[in-house]
Ligand binder design. Structure first.
Ligand SMILES: NC(=O)c1ccc[n+]([C@@H]2O[C@H](COP(=O)([O-])OP(=O)(O)OC[C@H]3O[C@@H](n4cnc5c(N)ncnc54)[C@H](OP(=O)(O)O)[C@@H]3O)[C@@H](O)[C@H]2O)c1
Length: 239
């Protein structure tokens, strides 16, 4: 029987690329804000939707995840995220709350549920989607960067906490931090800024969703069983 893996934000971009790569080897549970968000169908995948900016929907999502898939869950990719780029002076509280809720609090609540399930199941892997800006910072992305930095500290702490659950629990918790990857999230960045990044990237190209998907696929596998509590950068050398 295939192991079950949840991917949040799997309707497009990085989440969809991860889902397409993992589909052959895992039984997928795919999440987006609504069933109508999905731009492609992954045959055989289960769909579980929730608006992660709404705390009540997150609580219900966690309940459904536990009820429908709890005892068979092996992996969780907390990938859903959003950004509202703006100067902090003009950033609305509504947008600050949405970024905090979707990028940080929802993954925390999902991890809270999943750590308990993994503890009962004897193990599992959590991969949280951070960002290069969580380490480097970025003008006009101060709140987004703060949420992504928070995810790194949270993931490292959970990996250490997992060890305290005892030797019979094989739980790994990781972060991945993409650099500039071509998806909807980066589609509206002005041409001149894209050119600026291109000149700064030693790999001399922007990242593709498959670059991130391949890394996630490896980290999820047994081949990565000694990689834990760390943050893996996928950025072509950009810093
Ligand atoms: N692209 C990059 O260069 C880059 C770099 C570093 C980090 N990242 C991170 O990688 C992750 C994926 O990014 P992406 O580029 O693939 O973004 P994307 O193409 O904009 O896709 C975002 C995904 O998150 C979901 N999502 C957004 N808001 C949501 C909400 N309120 N409730 C539920 N789901 C929600 C979307 O679902 P709907 O379709 O239903 O809206 C969608 O599936 C994000 O966490 C992002 O911060 C991206």
């Amino acid at each position: 029987m295939k192991k079950k893996v949840l991917i949040t934000g799997a309707s497009r971009g990085l989440g969809l690329a991860i889902a397409k790569l993992l589909a052959a080897d895992y039984q997928l549970i795919l999440h987006a804000s609504s069933p109508s968000s999905f731009t492609e169908t992954i045959p055989g995948a289960d769909i579980l939707c929730a608006d992660l900016s709404d705390a009540e929907q997150v609580a219900d999502f966690c309940k459904q995840l536990k009820k429908q898939h709890g005892s068979e869950l092996y992996g969780v990719i907390n990938n859903a995220g959003l950004t509202f780029d703006n100067s902090i002076i003009y950033q609305s509280e509504k947008h600050i709350d949405a970024m905090m809720q979707v990028n940080l609090k929802a993954p925390i609540m999902i991890c809270k549920t999943v750590m308990k399930l993994f503890s009962a199941n004897g193990g599992g892997v959590i991969i949280n989607m951070s960002s290069i800006v969580g380490e480097s910072g970025n003008a006009f992305q101060a709140v987004y960067a703060a949420t992504k930095a928070g995810l790194v500290a949270f993931s490292k702490s959970l990996a250490q906490e997992a060890a305290a659950l005892g030797e019979d629990h094989n739980i790994r918790v990781l972060c991945v931090s993409p650099g500039y990857i071509e998806t909807d999230m980066t589609a509206n960045i002005p041409h001149e800024i894209k050119e600026k990044y291109l000149n700064m990237i030693p790999a001399k190209r922007l990242g593709k969703p498959a670059d991130v998907a391949e890394t996630v696929c490896f980290l999820l596998s047994e081949k990565a069983s000694y990689i834990n509590g760390t943050n893996i950068h996928i950025n072509g050398g950009l810093f």
